[in-house]
Design a protein around this ligand. Sequence first.
Ligand code: AHR
Length: 489
Amino acid sequence: MGANTTTIIADSRLGGQRWDRMIFGHFIEHFHTQIYGGLYEPGSPLADDRGFRTDVIEAMRELKAPVMRWPGGNYVSDHHWYEAVGPNRIPSYNKAWRVPEPNTFGTDEFIAWCKAVGCEPYICTNGGNGTAEEMSNWVEYCNGRYDTRYALQRQQNGNRKPFGVTYWGIGNESYGDWQIGAKTVAEWGPYVAESAKMMRAVDEDIILSAAAVPDTEWTLALLRAAGRYLDLISIHGYWDHTHQVNEPKDYLTCMMRAEEPGQMIERTRHVIGAAGFTDKVKIAFDEWNLRGWHHPDGTGQDKIDARDLNDLPETYTMADALFSASFLNACLRNANVVTMANVAPSVNTRGPIFAHRDGLVKRTTFHAMKLYVDHVRELMVPTDVAGPRLQHGARSVATVDAVVSKDGTGSTITLVNRDPVAAAECRIILDGQVLTGAWSAIILDGDSPDAFNSIDKPDAVAPRSVTMKDAAGSYSIPPHALCMLQIPA
Ligand code: AHR
């Protein structure tokens, strides 16, 4: 066994951790072309009579999307739900994104869209310039069962039955001065407690999150004041910071960040524990993406137009796919505390689906997510991974990242080889036995670390089925690859 071999020891005799499918969740925001010109395009030959793009719905179904968080994001810090329901929609100016908002896609449309996709709606309320009153009225509009003001309004808008929205969030990144109506540490906890109390007074069965951050000052104060009302705290991560300047980082620089999601989860777990809420409050990692969205500061049209740069196809390479795989591995490894995660966003900007006027492109991240959705099995098996590290400048990460899952029909060994040029040799020990023999596998690698899909070449990166056979007890994983190795029981 060479020094370059990674050893993966998975032992289901030590137990297994169930995980929540909500970690394959989604997020969509009223930002640039995510909603308008993305999933919603009335008049498009690709849209149904409600204006929903049917190709987007089909792609979301392929991803078996379990949940969709909406309407923001920063946007929600200046969104007032009552402006976007009913027959008379008046455009408003959204101060968070500094653009006009037509308000033609609102709560009724969002719920109908989630039904079409088959996912749970997760509504993030306005914790910026909104109020506890406004949030609880929104719960009444959606879930109210009596003939009371907002429930009646829903009925008059054509929805007799309550929407039954289970997942609700209070605020988005309310600690950040980029939010309209940002809060201080001292303000946030009491504000969340009051909002949660009023929302639960309308529907006590909702599952509720609040904006948090993996730091003790903000989140301890939040949990001490409001933890008793909460099921989840919401944290966000983007690792390639391109807000002001759209210069996406190269493959190796991105790979060096691939262990950071796990570190963020650990920090958050400790804060929850320090507040005494282990087992009561879980983590919703409800915005995540390797690359931050590009939206340079300013109100000029040039700044708005610059948002188009988010959709340059060459941005979304194997770096994005493998970072996403590493992120999902971190959630799966921490499945006892992370019970939801939402890729941000789903459609356009940095999303796995690029919807253009004539169709859509499945970016590399689409394929990575789909492999997880389709192949990770119901129990995470306790797994140790030991092997060489990939170096770049002063930083390093494990060359191979792996998780092992199992159900009654077999095991899936999920392997990520982050090395851009060299195959990784992997020795796999399952329940005490060295794995040998030929097994089916699905590999996503593309022909280079920088490979990407585009309108011209939509299938440059696509999963391929192979048979993998050991050589002297070790399996060779191609460079820059995600590999799902299937071992039947
Ligand atoms: O850059 C996009 C934004 O990222 C989302 O609106 C916000 O929640 C996060 O800061």
